[in-house]
Design a binder for this molecule. Structure first.
Ligand code: ZN
Length: 139
């Protein structure tokens, strides 16, 4: 492990790489949630600035990696938004409903990362996330 010798890799880049590694190791959606046919994740970010990052939308099919953490869109930030718990709750409620049924949930999260240029003052990242999850049961 000589990653630290390359100074060109920033901490946030390293975190992103780690997250990508974790994603690559994640099991398939169908293995983790056999009852799930499709999951739509919509992410709206807001950090109170005029340059709000563009919203994101992700669709997970059974063959996709069951990886529900999303990096903070702020380039200097080392944080990520962890949606594993709401996804798990949603799919649990879905598994009790009929085939083809859809369930939806919404919520808000705050980034728990630190913006690097603010690290001296250790100011937390102000990024807020509003997420919407729509799960459809497997047919
Ligand atoms: Zn952040």
């Amino acid at each position: 492990m000589k990653l630290a010798s390359r100074k060109t890799i920033s901490v946030s880049e390293q975190r992103r790489n780690n997250l990508q590694l974790e994603r690559a190791r994640a099991v398939a959606v169908r293995d983790m949630y056999p009852a799930l046919g499709q999951l739509q994740v919509s992410l709206v970010f807001n950090d109170g600035s005029l340059r709000t990052p563009s919203p994101q939308s992700h669709t997970f099919f059974p063959a996709a990696r069951a990886f529900f953490r999303f990096t903070c869109p702020c380039a200097e930030c080392d944080g990520n938004f962890d949606l594993r718990e709401p996804v798990s709750e949603l799919v649990t409620s879905l598994s009790r409903s009929r085939r083809g049924a859809a369930r939806q949930t919404k919520g808000r999260l705050s980034c728990e990362g630190v913006r690097l240029r603010d690290r001296v003052g250790s100011r937390p990242c102000p990024m807020k996330l509003e997420y919407e999850l729509t799960a459809t049961a497997a047919e």
